[in-house]
Design a protein around this ligand. Structure first.
Ligand SMILES: NC(=O)c1ccc[n+]([C@@H]2O[C@H](COP(=O)([O-])OP(=O)(O)OC[C@H]3O[C@@H](n4cnc5c(N)ncnc54)[C@H](OP(=O)(O)O)[C@@H]3O)[C@@H](O)[C@H]2O)c1
Length: 342
């Protein structure tokens, strides 16, 4: 039995080592899962580059989502059974043949469901669902801006917002990505590497503004997003991808630029316009409100089984292509979910 350990920060080609692991035993509220596949998330790139504060000290196994079969369970676990195929949200540890997960992050899934689609339901869809249905509500007719709309969380948000009857503005970093998000239902696709997204939206909306912004780029993108908000508008901020950059060296300059770019705010300005800034950190929700994660994941598995959502799979890789997949994700060359198969 093996796991990919993150052994040093930097280039994907030298960051990971496949090492032997010991069999795990469950705590009272845990299950042990033999995994068939694990998902990648942009946070994994941030962890590899050394930007992710919550990442355990190296060497460590990272990874947030797995699909597999329960092989053992703790004495308090009643809803789940040994032998069941499940999707699970792991708090790190996912790049492994075997994981130990608290039952609150585990939901049974159909035997024949696609493993890559299932991994997308975990971190990325749960983040999108929590942001758009729990932390705030979307309403029919809302004008909604989704940054990095072709990515894992972005394509999940498109589907969830479209179901609510919203008018969608999506940004993406290439023509190919813009063409793709239009096929998913984005009404106005904006290549933000070629045009200023604020100007592009003002051309469409005039001074009417945007009702909801989902931002995962951080820094000045959040500042601009707040400026775009209509009265009653909400912005959910859940990532700072702009810190990463294409190189493998940690950049203090980019960190400070991003931090500075957010701007400064007074609560009264949001009161005056009845606007909200909502921070989303699913690790914290998992630690302090695990029942919310469970209810989001259960809802999503139901929607998936009913055919109401269909995760976009960028690619299912073989596990030994981990470095290649990481590099593509870092270099903005992917769409949808990336998953590794054992
Ligand atoms: N707070 C939470 O709990 C939470 C949970 C899950 C995810 N997230 C965040 O949500 C975001 C999306 O996650 P994901 O896993 O679905 O990744 P993803 O969107 O599939 O990949 C990240 C995308 O960000 C865009 N991007 C813009 N500027 C970038 C830059 N300087 N460097 C790299 N990428 C850049 C790229 O798309 P374009 O080429 O189209 O610009 C890239 O494809 C990430 O920021 C992640 O950290 C947060």
């Amino acid at each position: 039995m093996k796991a990919y350990y993150l052994v040093k920060n930097g280039a994907a080609s030298t960051a990971f080592e496949l090492q032997d692991i010991q069999a795990l035993t469950p705590g009272n509220d845990d299950v042990i899962i033999d995994t068939e596949a694990f998902g990648l998330n942009f946070a994994d790139v941030m962890a590899r580059l050394g930007y992710y504060k919550a990442c355990p000290p190296l060497p460590t196994v990272i990874g947030y989502d797995v699909v597999g079969r329960i092989i053992e369970k703790g004495k308090n676990v009643e809803e789940l059974n040994v032998g069941q195929r499940v999707v699970a949200l792991t708090r790190f540890g996912g790049y492994s043949h075997q994981v130990r997960v608290n039952q609150s992050g585990v939901v049974a899934v159909p035997e024949n469901a696609d493993a890559a689609e299932l991994t997308a339901l975990a971190t990325q869809f749960v983040t999108a669902y929590y942001s758009s249905s729990v932390a705030m509500q979307l309403h029919q007719g809302d004008h909604v801006l989704i940054q990095a709309a072709a990515g894992g969380v972005g394509t999940a948000l498109i589907q969830l917002a479209k179901r609510k009857g919203c008018i969608l503005y999506g940004t993406a970093g290439s023509k190919e990505k813009c063409d793709f998000i239009k096929t998913l239902g984005v009404d106005f696709a904006i290549n933000y590497r070629e045009v200023d997204f604020v100007e592009a939206i003002k051309k469409i909306r005039g001074d009417k503004g945007i009702d909801v912004v989902f931002d995962s780029i951080g820094g000045d993108y959040v500042k601009k997003g707040i400026k775009l908000l209509a009265p009653g508008g909400r912005i959910a901020f859940f990532g700072a991808a702009q810190i990463a950059g294409a190189g493998n060296e940690k950049s203090l300059f980019r960190q400070l630029k991003t931090l500075w770019g957010f701007g400064k705010y007074r609560p009264t300005q949001f009161f005056a316009e009845s606007q909200s800034v909502i921070g989303v950190n699913m690790l914290k929700i998992g630690d302090f409100k695990p029942q919310i994660i469970q209810s989001c994941l259960k809802d999503l598995v139901k929607l998936y089984e009913a055919g109401e959502i269909k995760p976009v799979v960028g690619k299912m890789f073989e596990h030994n292509q981990l470095a290649e997949a990481h590099e593509l994700l870092q270099k903005r060359q992917t769409m949808g979910k990336l998953t590794m198969k054992w």
